[in-house]
Every structure is written in C-alpha cells, then in structure tokens.
Design a protein around this ligand. Structure first.
Ligand code: CP3
Length: 367
C-alpha cells in the first residue's frame, strides 16, 4: 500500500518536477521529514551518524558471531542492527546498517574489512584501463541484498521512525578505490586526480552513474530520506573540490531529489557550503570545525542544517553533554535543524552518554 502510494506520488511528482510534500507520508514520528521540509517542530529531531555500531554491546554480540560483510549482506542481520539504536537509544531516525564500500564491491572490486585497520581493496585502480574494467551498468543490481534489507527494516520499524538510506559521494569512494585503504591524506588518490585527470573523471562519472541507480533502487525499496557521505571532501581546497567532487554530488542530488530528500554531509567543506546548498539538497551536514552561526550565515538561513557535536565530546560527563546540547540547539535554532554529531560516534563512548545526548534533545525547551 505504502509502495503504491509512493510510486503514484513519484509519477505525479516527476510530472510536476517539484519536491514531494515530505511530511505527508505515514509515520508515527515524522520530525526528521518535517525538519527537512522546513516545517515547524516542537523540538528538533535527533539521530547519530554511525549510531548502529561498536559502542553498543548488542552490536558487539552480532559482530562477534558474523564477519562485517556477512552482517551487511544478510537482510535479517542488517535489519536487526539497524533497529538496535531505535530500541536502545531512542533516536528519531534509523539509518540502514550497510557501508559505502558496497558500491566499489558491486563494481567488481574486492573489499575486505580488518579489525583495527579498516577496509582493504587489494587491487586498486591505477589507470584508465582499470577504470574500463569496472562494472557500471549492472552494478546496482548486485546490491539486491541492500534493497531487501531496506524492505525488511521498513516492515520491522512499523512506521516508528523514518529510515535513512545512504551512499558515499564519488570522490570519497575514489579515495578508497585508488588508495586501497584508509589514509590521513589520501595522497595517492589526489595524485591520481592531478596526474591522470581523464581517468579520474571517468572513474568519478562511473561511480556517479552506479550511485544514481543504487539510490533510486533504495527509494523504491522504501527509504524515507537519503544521506550522501563525502567524508573526505575536506581534503581538497575550494578550487579542487569544485573540480573533483562537487559536479558529481550535484548530478546525484539532482537525479534523486524529486523523489526523496537528500542530506549532504561533506566533512570539512565549509568553504563550499553555498555551492552545496545550490545542489538542491534538503539539508547540509556540518562538522564541529564550523560554528552554527557561521554555517547559518553561509547558507543564508535558508536550508536545514544537521550536526555538529564533536563525537569525542560524548566522553564528557552527562550533565556537561546536556548543557552542550542545549547550547547547540539554541545556536542552530529549532526549525530547519537536525541534532546530530559532526561525524560518526566512536566505539569507546559509554551507552549512557549516547542516551544523554539524545535525551537532552528530546527534553529541549527554548527559554
Ligand atoms: O551510520 C550507521 O550506523 C550506518 C552504518 C554505516 C557504516 N559505515 C557501518 C560501519 C555507515 C553510514 C557507514 C559509512 C561509511 N563507511 C563511511 C562514511 C561515514 C564516515 O564515517 O565518514 C566511510 C568512510 C566508510 C568506510 C569504512 N567502513 C571505514 C573507514 C571503516 C573502518 C573504520 C571503523 O569505524 O572501523 C568501516 C567499517 C564500518 N562500517 C564499521 C561500521 C559499524 C565498523 C566495523 C565493524 O563494526 O565491524
């Protein structure tokens, strides 16, 4: 029934070429969608990036039984992990348990995950011939397990909160596909862009094409909103960001925004907030290197902002967290705002501290 409603409104929407009236979808808690729509709310919605993760003992139980990609590729496990923070922490949105690196995997690259070391891609992209070997057209169909996990999660959520789908931005995925592992500087990835721009743009375009198909399928499977992660966007200066990241983000947002609101999280990219706003994203994610006041000013007070609590600050005592959260909401304002961290939660955060963060938003009262 919901799918029918959605496809009908999608068709109508494509004709009108206007964003969907987001708040009209049937959800018991639609604070997130209202905030994305700029509608008034009694308090801002709250969720945490990486909220399904290693700080939760219940996540560790499943992590100890099944390896990373088994958890990601088994819809029942992915759905169970996605629901954990809803039941245990009480966030106002669920984000699908998956990973941005499933896209390079679907494009034919080997990706493994190593405890303490992070991801490894042993056969990296080095030249145009490597780019030409990648699977593009059928790649999104290799991710059926993601769509199945979305459908199952939506069923199990029973409309309690919206479900966020996601993907990595093309530049952030290129980082891993060229570097082969995590890095502080991703200098090999940047050098690839500088020395082989033609191959780099071909790769960025291939990732973009796959990502658009992938996100469209996530929407069909039932996600209520999308987040695009450009976690390494901040490695570029403004000029190079405009060459190697922004145009591809723009294509993706433009291709899906009429069907589903998009939150654009580009870490460290405060220099291009106005350009990110122009992509048509419904909201921009902000990290703690920018102030709420500055971010509001740069975006002309006219877009929903999400963030920006330093996840490490969750190591403070709970009363300090509550004070900080109140100050953060005072600074951003309650409308056009989604309370969140400025990056993913880290494994050594006590569960009570994560709960205190969420609770402080729920108890917020403006003075
Ligand atoms: O936010 C959520 O709760 C949803 C799940 C999610 C994961 N990864 C699960 C995960 C999301 C949205 C991601 C996105 C992701 N993956 C990003 C962008 C966001 C960001 O943090 O900047 C990036 C860069 C990746 C790539 C990736 N995956 C790395 C670098 C690592 C290793 C670092 C680490 O935290 O261990 C992963 C592994 C990963 N993805 C874990 C989780 C819960 C931890 C591994 C495990 O629990 O076994």
């Amino acid at each position: 029934m919901e799918l029918c409603r959605r496809s009908l409104s999608n068709i109508l929407n494509m004709v009108k070429q206007e964003p969907l009236p987001i708040s009209t979808r049937i959800l018991k808690n639609d604070l997130l969608l209202k905030a994305l729509d700029g509608k008034p709310v009694h308090r801002p919605p709250v969720w945490m990036m990486r909220q399904a993760g290693r700080y939760l003992p219940q996540y560790m139980e499943l992590k100890n039984k099944y390896d990373f990609f088994t958890r990601v590729q088994t819809p029942e496990l992915a759905a169970a992990i996605t629901l954990q923070p809803i039941d245990l922490i009480g966030t106002d949105a669920a984000i699908l348990f998956s990973d941005i690196l499933v896209v390079p995997q679907a494009m034919g690259m080997e990706v493994t995950m190593h405890e303490g070391k992070g991801p490894a891609l042993p056969a990296v992209i080095r030249c145009m011939e490597d780019v030409e070997q990648l699977i593009v057209e059928e790649a999104a169909w290799h991710l059926q397990y993601v769509y199945d996990a979305i459908a199952l999660t939506k069923q199990q959520l029973e409309g309690r909160v919206p479900l966020i789908g996601f993907a990595g931005a093309p530049w952030t995925l290129l980082c891993y596909m060229v570097e082969g592992k995590g890095s502080k500087t991703f200098d090999k990835a940047k050098a690839f862009c500088y020395t082989q721009p033609e191959a780099a743009h071909a790769l960025l375009q291939a990732i973009t094409d796959v990502t658009i198909a992938y996100l469209r399928n996530q929407i069909k499977a039932g996600v209520d909103c999308l987040q695009l992660f450009d976690s390494w966007g901040g490695l570029w200066d403004k000029e190079d960001f405009a060459i190697f990241s922004l145009p591809y983000i723009q294509q993706i947002v433009q291709s899906v925004k009429y069907e589903c609101p998009v939150i654009l999280y580009a870490k460290g990219v405060w220099h291009s907030l106005p350009e990110l706003q122009e992509t048509g994203a419904a909201a921009l994610g902000i990290d703690w290197c920018n102030t709420p006041q500055q971010a509001r000013k740069l975006t002309n007070h006219s877009i929903t902002l999400q963030g920006n609590y330093d996840p490490v600050k969750l190591l403070n005592p709970v009363n300090k967290i509550s004070q900080d959260v109140k100050a953060m909401i005072d600074a951003f304002g309650t409308t056009r705002y989604i309370a969140n961290l400025g990056h993913g939660i880290i494994p050594n955060i006590p569960v009570d501290h994560a709960k205190a963060f969420v609770q402080a938003v729920k108890e917020y009262k403006a003075e």
